[in-house]
Design a protein around this ligand. Structure first.
Ligand code: GLV
Ligand code: GLV
Length: 326
């Protein structure tokens, strides 16, 4: 039976199944088309299903650009991204067309900061290869000089991009391990919870830090920011962590540094592309741990992201200001 009221409800397309906490209010208030497959829609399906919609709830894996807006049509009012990062969306094009863009800041800050710290610990202590050795039955005996990593206490961390997530990582490392915090960012600022954190030019942070954790947005300025030049400034004993966006790090340069002893280890939650193709050289390195972009993957964070992205979507189609507009 068709819902007799459906024609009066705004039409929206949700490009993946999100937690029920977000789906329920959307299903109640809209004529909702939900992409329920485990894999994201291919480009053609994405463009076709967007046609005629007033609102779209998108993932960081959906490219939202002029072609997409053209395919959707002039009635499109809002794109609500199920992510804090919006590098998948052409914001200038959205603004030009008067399309509101929403995102989900704050609620994933702690989850993502935890993953950055987990990667740092894992990289510092060879957790990935040590655990693999046990699993594969190759571990023979306790070794007095085996698996030697490095202590975290009293070290210096360099945070590249001091937004909410960068600050949450700084608080964890300063409070938990007494680390000195240096950071580079667009502007000097007082870091909440770490009043001793000091702002420096990027090169200075790279030179001085024992651990470098990347938390910038992906923009034209930050694409490839951590490349040959930046990696050459870092200490050979340093560890690089990236939980922001893959393209901020030049992966060829990173591979070279890791495989020639110019960098101790790296921990990546993000790569370019995602996933890396099988046989990619970074996948073969013992000193590079790579996760499948799980920074925000806690029940709490994803439920909250679902609720906020639903709120943004509904506000947009109903012509109200978004709770979290970009
Ligand atoms: C995840 O990477 C996000 O931007 O929310
Ligand atoms: C994201 O929420 C950030 O500002 O770091």
């Amino acid at each position: 039976m068709t819902d007799p009221t459906s024609s009066t409800k705004p039409r929206v397309f949700v490009t993946r199944r999100i937690p029920q906490r977000g789906l329920d209010p959307i299903l109640a208030a809209t004529d909702c088309d939900l992409w329920a497959e485990p894999m994201p829609p291919d480009r053609q399906s994405l463009l076709e299903r967007a046609r005629g919609c007033e609102g779209l709830l998108t993932m960081l894996s959906d490219r939202v650009d002029a072609e997409f807006f053209d395919a959707a049509g002039p009635q499109l009012k809002v794109v609500s991204n199920f992510a804090v990062g919006v590098n998948n969306i052409d914001l200038a094009e959205a603004a030009r067309r008067g399309i509101a863009v929403g995102h989900t800041p704050e609620v994933l800050t702690d989850a993502t900061a935890d993953i950055a710290v987990a990667l740092l610990l894992a990289a510092a202590r060879h957790l990935k290869s040590a655990s693999d050795e046990v699993r594969q039955g190759r571990w023979k005996t306790w070794e007095p000089t085996g698996w030697l990593g490095c202590d975290l206490v009293g070290r210096t961390v360099g945070i590249i991009g001091m937004g909410r997530i960068g600050a949450a990582v700084a608080r964890r490392l300063h409070g938990g391990w007494g680390m000195e915090v240096l950071f580079s960012s667009r502007s000097e600022k007082v870091v909440p919870g770490v009043p001793t954190a000091r702002h420096f030019p990027l090169d200075e942070v790279l030179r001085r830090a024992d651990f470098v954790s990347v938390h910038t947005d992906l923009t034209d300025e930050t694409r490839g920011l951590i490349g040959h030049r930046a990696l050459a400034l870092m200490k050979p004993s340093a560890i690089l962590i990236n939980t922001s966006r893959g393209p901020v790090v030049d992966q060829d340069a990173l591979h070279q540094a890791l495989s020639t002893g110019k960098l101790f280890a790296a921990g990546l939650d993000v790569t370019d592309p995602e996933p890396l193709p099988g046989g990619h050289p970074l996948l073969a390195l013992e000193n590079c741990i790579i996760l499948p972009h799980i920074g925000s993957a806690t029940r709490e964070a994803r439920d909250a992201m679902a609720a906020i992205s639903a709120e943004n979507l509904l506000a947009g189609v109903q012509g109200r200001p978004l709770r979290h507009a970009v």
